[in-house]
Write a protein that binds this ligand. Structure first.
Ligand SMILES: Nc1nc2c(c(=O)[nH]1)N[C@H]1C(S)=C(S)[C@@H](COP(=O)(O)OP(=O)(O)OC[C@H]3O[C@@H](n4cnc5c(=O)[nH]c(N)nc54)[C@H](O)[C@@H]3O)O[C@H]1N2
Ligand SMILES: Nc1nc2c(c(=O)[nH]1)N[C@H]1C(S)=C(S)[C@@H](COP(=O)(O)OP(=O)(O)OC[C@H]3O[C@@H](n4cnc5c(=O)[nH]c(N)nc54)[C@H](O)[C@@H]3O)O[C@H]1N2
Ligand code: SF4
Ligand SMILES: [Mo]
Length: 721
């Protein structure tokens, strides 16, 4: 028996785990790590199942190659050679734009994803880059990019010090938090109330989080932007604003907000005008306050406007960049802070003309790009850690589109609804055999913190790490061939990074010798060497060695004001009325008086799920983790429904079991995503198949400034089934 420690990679809460393993390497228990200064022993049922997940017999252990409908196991060299041939045959005939990339959510939770996808994309030389970000948080990147000049400058609520939290469209008691890295989010919310703070939840469902709050308000799906505008209107009209940072565009904002008075918006959003006025007064009067909005407000028709107005309110109440308000984390590794102000639409998608954002095109148009003939048509796909057949809007159409690809390679541990279309699947090693450092999530942490987890178990002989898999794909894409040594890619990147650093005036290594710095780097792999370099160049001057000496993580203290360091706008001020968003207000205005749909569909998450891919782990499925349609009993009666209903939308139809509950607003139904498992050999998941809500979501609907998918507020009709 031995004990090992590492960070849980299964959600954004980054909990420290304490594992017990027997001498065969089998995990006998997973507990929270009480010595982690950030998570302090917190764990949820998913983290507790990490051993079972790694040991899932249905996980792929060797590459798989498909010919027609036949799968066979293959060696690694053979698999990479097949990828080289597959990609070359497409690019030689149709050029580089014919290859698309799709990056899924777990890339935000692996070192490999953060470190090797950028060079892979660069080597592929394609603009057809898609990811789960446009089914998730792209509106936040765009609003922060336009307001602060950097799409990664995302302020987070200072949970541990705020006096007042207004939370919209988030349910951290199930999700454990998002764009707000806070292990034990539930405990932090309870502490807020214990210290006399107030906490208000806005959600079309009375969630577990809402049950914990001082107040819960129902809101009509997709209308948060109106509610937030009503608050902005009140703050300005009643002179409640107390701006403490340099801003531009206040006069224009005042003019825009003029028509969105609480009275004007109350009906469309379903929140009474006097409540909206009261929220504005409470936010302004609290010693400190923070508005936080997440997936329910992002994956909506006016996602970017809503994200923008969240931070507008934080600015107006004087709470941007101050303790207890919303703040910017300072990470031990700073990923490419931009030198030029942010913009979107540097290129557009071929078929629908949707604008690029953060170098990506909307996943809502991936099927168009595959199915529509012509110059630049997508004919091959490189998919890393994603399951868009279940996670993207109108996944049913994507399923058909993928079937027509000339070549597809997937980097994924499972044969699933998406990877079954691949010609080659390259499975990464189990979590516990991979090193871990959160390069993406600590940017939005509620405390400054760093923790490195070395692999708990040694690599399996002959099996490449995920970093090596992605590096080899990058080398294939750049023409160096399937046999090239992936270490060469790391050396190239390290050389560039160190040279740039020694040439940068004011950097901690200005004027030093890059080769000497390279020689001083420490790490068991290219990924670790690169992490060591980034830590050493980072703002705390940490190193891999320093992190190894603190296996439970290092607390770098509470968040500090740092707006001046992160601001990258051309004006040097916080932009309150960016032109792209002002323009989109016309769309919002246009919907103010539109008749509402009789019934709209929204999503939800369950504590024991993780998007589409934990349904094959026995302890996590069944019980309350089932794919049911939540519906208000009044709607069941009104529509004469029985145990099941046929749900129809513009995109498709499904028959679903009903879960009547008065925790959901009348006129709203909710179905979780990530279900609908079919034909993939995942034995447990097949027994709990469920249906895919993304057979109903409509890929033609997007939030215009960000191109983000619209999952909440989808009009549907219900009939007895
Ligand atoms: N209707 C609706 N749809 C939604 C949402 C919603 O709320 N409603 N939410 C959206 C959101 S927020 C997101 S983030 C997306 C998620 O969209 P995706 O990322 O496309 O979907 P996931 O289900 O997270 O799929 C993750 C894949 O990564 C694989 N995987 C797991 N671990 C690893 C690893 O370490 N390495 C590699 N290479 N692969 C790994 C899994 O086997 C799985 O195939 O879904 C979106 N879709
Ligand atoms: N257990 C678990 N944890 C997860 C995941 C998971 O699948 N399972 N997924 C991870 C991922 S990828 C992400 S992005 C995060 C997301 O983390 P959260 O943003 O906390 O996501 P949800 O738990 O889906 O909560 C969203 C809430 O928005 C509400 N909602 C829906 N439509 C609207 C609307 O129009 N307005 C408002 N105000 N509310 C609305 C829903 O009822 C729901 O309660 O969770 C992460 N953590
Ligand atoms: S809350 Fe998230 S990080 Fe923590 S144990 Fe659960 S899944 Fe892992
Ligand atoms: Mo997500």
């Amino acid at each position: 028996m031995r004990t090992a420690h590492r960070t849980c990679p299964l959600c954004e809460a980054v909990c420290g785990l304490r594992l017990t393993l027997d001498d065969t390497g089998h995990v006998t228990s997973v507990k929270g790590d009480p010595d982690d200064p950030f998570s302090k022993g917190f764990i949820c049922p998913k983290g507790a199942s990490l051993g079972a997940l790694d040991e899932d017999p249905d996980r792929l252990r060797v590459p798989m190659i498909r010919t027609g409908g036949e799968w066979r196991e293959a060696g690694w060299d053979e698999a990479f050679e097949a990828v080289e041939r597959g990609l070359a045959s497409v690019t030689e005939a149709h050029g580089r734009q014919a290859v698309a990339v799709y990056l899924g959510n777990p890339n935000a939770h692996t070192m490999a994803g953060a470190l090797y996808n950028p060079p892979l994309i660069k080597a592929l030389g394609t603009r057809n880059v898609f990811s789960a970000s446009t089914a998730d948080q792209m509106p936040k990147h765009v609003s922060c990019g336009l307001m602060f000049g950097d799409p990664l400058a995302i302020p987070v609520p200072d949970l541990d010090r705020t006096d007042y939290l207004l939370m919209l469209g988030a349910n951290p008691l199930e999700s454990n938090g998002s764009l707000c890295t806070a292990p034990d989010f539930p405990g932090r919310l309870k502490a807020l109330r214990r210290r006399g703070g107030r906490f208000v939840v806005v959600d079309p469902r009375r969630t577990r989080t809402a049950a914990l709050a001082d107040e819960h308000l129902f809101v009509r799906p997709g209308t948060d932007a109106y509610l937030l505008f009503g608050i902005v209107h009140t703050l300005l009209a009643e002179d409640l604003a107390a701006v403490r940072v340099e801003t531009a565009g206040l006069a224009e904002l005042r003019e825009l907000a003029g028509e969105f008075s609480p009275k004007a918006v109350a009906e469309v959003c379903g929140v009474p005008a006097e409540t909206i006025v009261r929220l504005a007064h409470e936010l302004a009067a609290a010693p400190t306050s923070a508005v936080y909005a997440r997936i329910g407000t992002c994956t909506a028709e006016f996602g970017t406007i809503a994200q923008w107005l969240v931070d507008v309110i934080n600015v107006l109440t004087g709470n941007l960049d101050r303790p207890g308000g919303v703040m910017f984390a300072k990470t031990a590794v700073e990923l490419g802070r931009r030198s030029r102000p942010y913009t979107t639409g540097r290129w557009r998608s071929r078929v629908r003309g949707l604008p690029e954002a953060n170098g990506e095109l909307p996943v809502a148009t991936l099927a168009d790009e595959i199915e529509t003939p012509g110059e630049g048509q997508v004919r091959a796909l490189v998919a890393v850690a994603g399951n868009p057949v279940l996670s993207a809007p109108n996944g049913t159409r994507l399923d058909r589109a993928f079937a027509g690809l000339e070549f597809m390679v997937a980097v994924d541990p499972y044969l699933n609804e998406t990877t079954r279309h691949a010609h080659v699947i390259l499975p990464p090693p189990p979590v516990l055999r991979s090193p871990h450092y959160d390069l993406s999530l600590l940017f939005v942490a509620v405390r400054n913190y760093a923790r490195f987890s070395p692999p708990v178990l040694p690599p399996e002989p002959g099996r490449p790490s995920e970093s090596e898999i992605l590096a080899r794909l990058a080398m294939i894409a750049s023409g160096q061939g399937a046999g090239a040594d992936p270490a060469l890619l790391d050396e190239l990147i390290l050389d560039q990074m160190l040279r740039r650093a020694v040439e940068t005036p004011g950097s901690s290594v200005e004027g030093r010798d890059a080769a000497e710095l390279r020689a001083g780097l420490d790490g068991e792999s290219g990924a670790e060497l690169r992490l060591d370099a980034m830590l050493k160049l980072g703002p705390y001057g940490l190193s891999l060695a320093a992190l190894r000496e603190h296996p439970h993580g290092i607390d770098l203290g509470p968040l500090q004001p740092r707006l001046a360091e992160v601001l990258r706008t051309a004006s040097g001020r916080v932009e309150l009325a960016p032109p792209q968003l002002v323009e989109d207000v016309a769309r919002l205005r246009g919907r103010l008086d539109a008749p509402p749909a009789e019934i709209v569909l929204i999503g939800r998450r369950h504590l024991r799920s993780n998007n589409s891919w934990l349904h094959n782990v026995g302890p996590l499925v069944g019980g309350s983790n089932r794919c049911t349609l939540q519906i208000n009993p009044a709607d069941v009666a009104r529509l004469g429904l029985g145990g099941h209903a046929l749900v129809r939308s513009a995109a498709g139809e499904l028959t679903v079991p009903l879960e009547p509950t008065d925790t959901i607003m009348p006129g709203v139904v909710s179905l979780p995503h990530g279900w609908g498992h079919a034909g993939t050999g995942q034995r447990v998941a097949a027994e709990h198949a469920g249906v895919s809500v993304n057979a109903l979501t409509d890929e033609s609907a997007v939030d215009v400034p960000s191109g983000n998918a619209v999952f909440n507020g989808v009009p549907v009709t219900l009939t007895p089934a």
